[in-house]
Design a protein around this ligand. Structure first.
Ligand SMILES: *Cc1c(COP(=O)(O)O)cnc(C)c1O
Length: 423
């Protein structure tokens, strides 16, 4: 590159101090607080370099070797590298790395296989399903018919497979979708596959949250159970840029590619695709598998610490990188109040609806916590124990301003010992 990343920054500082100051402020915020939102992470400096490269100048509609614009020597190479790495990492036949983010990624799959009004069997949103799994407020929820399965109350998050089977037989879905945004357990992919086969439905797993953990081999890979299509974002546990990927069996490759382009999107963001390629190389290294194992260990220790302090966790614990704390049952405060209190001491979480939540979405009954970002900074079990103690104290006692201020300083001091990569 002719101009290094540092020089880009110097130019921005000089020529647009307003925007530069906001970015600098965000850097400071990311460094000084603890990020426990399970969908967030800190990406690699190499990814930032690829994102901020001249690839953003280039139009590359189409696919490698079949583009609608000239000048694709380097962009073709980059997309092919990204796809090859994705196939190797997730052990699948085909990868499409063009989806601009998680939402268009799932839309592209729906439009690939469904006609308006067709049925998708998906997880209930309050039990952990995602907005893009047909929430009534989403456009997808109006175009297609989403039928919902749930978890069994008080059974450690077990999916009610009797209900899944009954609904599948009654509603004849074209797609059986499993995937979650707020579910602290691993999935029984074999259970879903068996039911989908009974009714002739396609199997789709949206592993956006756990993509990195699946890539690292510490959680199950849906392809090992014969799934048709797997979608994942690249910016959560995978630690890459904001984007989406669709992985599938060979038989679906052309259908998926056509649905992404020209079906749904125009020009792919080649700077992002280069950053995805960089991310996938990192994910193939042994250090990434070690990272993924530590993410799980940290989540377990954080869960155990909260349980020991009387915390009530949805499903009673965790198998993955996240936990959902029922703040109403734990401390009699709603998730919004808990989120605000934790924010005040520099611990960033997000309020979260819990299964069959009686409270409205903006004042739900819980908060969602996750360890991917803190683990990226190098935090381990001892830090998780301290963090769990602070969370319990802050949620349960509330505390007066002086106590909270002291805790905020403790959090900041801990963060200083664990710098954010790239800052
Ligand atoms: C985050 C997420 C998405 C959507 O990703 P965006 O990049 O925010 O559009 C889709 N599905 C699941 C399960 C997710 O967790």
């Amino acid at each position: 590159m002719n101009v290094g990343l540092e020089s880009y920054r110097a130019l921005l500082r000089r020529n647009d101090p307003e925007v530069f100051a906001a970015i600098a402020g965000e850097e400071q915020r990311q460094q000084s607080g603890i990020e426990l939102i399970p969908s967030e992470n800190y990406t690699y400096p190499e990814v930032l370099a690829a994102l901020g490269s001249v690839l953003t100048n280039k139009y590359s509609e189409g696919y490698p070797g079949r583009r609608y614009y000239g000048g694709q020597r380097y962009t073709d190479a980059i997309e092919e590298i990204a796809c090859a790495r994705a196939r190797a990492l997730f052990r699948c036949d085909h990868a499409n790395v063009q989806p601009l983010s998680g939402s268009p990624m799932n839309q592209a799959v729906y439009f690939a296989f469904l006609r308006p009004g067709d049925t998708v069997l998906a997880m209930d949103l309050s039990h952990g399903g995602h907005l893009t799994h047909g929430a009534p407020v989403s456009h997808m929820g109006r175009v297609f018919r989403f039928v919902r399965y749930r978890t069994v109350p008080d059974e450690a998050g077990r999916i009610d497979f009797d209900e899944v089977r009954r609904l599948a037989r009654e509603t004849r879905p074209k797609i059986v979708l499993c995937g979650y945004t707020s579910y602290p357990r691993d999935y029984d992919y074999a259970g879903f596959k068996a039911i989908a086969d009974e009714v002739g439905a396609l199997t789709m797993a949206d592993i956006s949250h756990v993509g990195g953990l699946v890539a690292a081999g510490v959680l199950q890979n849906p392809f090992d159970f014969g799934f048709d299509v797997v979608t994942t974002t690249t910016h959560k546990t995978l630690r890459g840029p904001r984007a989406g990927m669709i992985l599938c069996r060979r038989a679906h490759a052309a259908t998926i590619d056509q649905s992404v382009f020209p079906g749904l999107q125009g020009g792919p963001h080649m700077n992002t695709i280069a950053a995805v390629a960089v991310t996938l190389k990192k994910a193939q290294e042994p250090a990434f598998a070690a990272y993924a194992r530590q993410v799980l260990r940290n989540a377990r220790v954080l869960a155990d610490t909260l349980l020991a302090r009387g915390g009530v966790l949805v499903t009673g614990g965790t198998d993955n990188h996240m936990l959902v704390l029922d703040t109403v049952a734990t401390a009699g405060i709603d998730g919004r109040a808990a989120e605000q209190r934790l924010d005040a001491v520099g611990i960033t979480t997000n309020k979260q609806i819990i299964p069959d939540d009686p409270n409205p979405p903006l004042r739900p009954s819980g908060v969602r916590l996750g360890t991917p970002a803190a683990t990226t900074r190098g935090m381990r079990e001892p830090e998780m124990r301290r963090l769990g103690g602070w969370i319990a104290d802050t949620v349960c006692d509330g505390g007066d301003a002086a106590v909270l201020e002291r805790r905020r300083c403790d959090v900041a001091a801990l963060c200083e010992r664990f710098p954010v990569p790239g800052l």
